[in-house]
Design a protein around this ligand. Structure first.
Ligand SMILES: [Fe+2]
Ligand SMILES: [Fe+2]
Length: 208
């Protein structure tokens, strides 16, 4: 089983002094950080429900996962505050569209499969943000801190899915992951088209 990064320093120790928001783009940065914050809150609420219901060998990891997503929401709230920005109220988060696209997961295997797909999407989005050279140091430090946990989430969920192959069948697990990955592509494409004006700044200066 993957080790949780317990030995990391306190979160405050990693955050640099806050400075001005990312030059020229404070409103879109504020929106995106608020979107991340809402998404982490939704992740915590989702995993809180899973932690309350689950029994068996995954109970400790799933409960830790719930705590991690809560911490991530707190880190984004702190980051926004350090940048002098109030969080914007975001109506719906990424996960809300998942449930609309795939329905409510039918069992723990489906919960782990959708989590695997979602966590990969989160890490991809945070990596994209890190590649943006104008990213404020406080935002960069927050993403890097959160990614320590996100990597562990992918690792333990991947192990859990592997362990479930005996019960559900390797083919069923693989087919479920494929189905959810396709839904994720659709949801992400829809999100990009819906919020293009908000997120264009991340890619605008690259590839030239
Ligand atoms: Fe998270
Ligand atoms: Fe996560």
């Amino acid at each position: 089983m993957a080790d949780h990064p317990e030995d990391r320093p306190p979160e405050e120790a990693r955050l640099p002094e806050a400075g001005l928001p990312e030059a020229g783009l404070p409103e879109n940065v504020r929106w995106l950080l608020s979107y991340y914050r809402t998404s982490e809150i939704n992740g915590a609420l989702f995993f809180g429900r899973v932690a309350r219901a689950v029994r068996g060998p995954l109970v400790a990891d799933v409960t830790h996962h719930f705590a991690d997503e809560s911490t991530h929401a707190s880190l984004w709230t702190r980051c926004l505050s350090d940048l002098g920005l109030e969080p914007i109220k975001i109506g719906k988060a990424y996960q809300d569209q998942y449930l609309a696209a795939i329905g409510v997961p039918a069992n723990l295997m489906e919960i782990m499969a959708i989590t695997q797909v979602f966590e990969r999407r989160v890490i991809g989005q945070y990596r994209l943000h890190l590649r943006h050279r104008d990213t404020h140091p406080a935002v960069r430090a927050t993403i890097e801190r959160i990614m320590l946990d996100e990597r562990w989430h992918i690792s333990y969920v991947s192990d859990a899915l592997h362990d479930m192959e005996g019960r559900y069948g390797a083919d069923t697990v693989a087919a479920t992951l494929r189905r959810f990955a396709e839904a994720d592509e659709e949801v992400y494409a829809k999100t990009l088209s819906e919020y293009a004006d908000r997120m264009d700044f991340l890619t605008a200066r690259y590839g030239r």
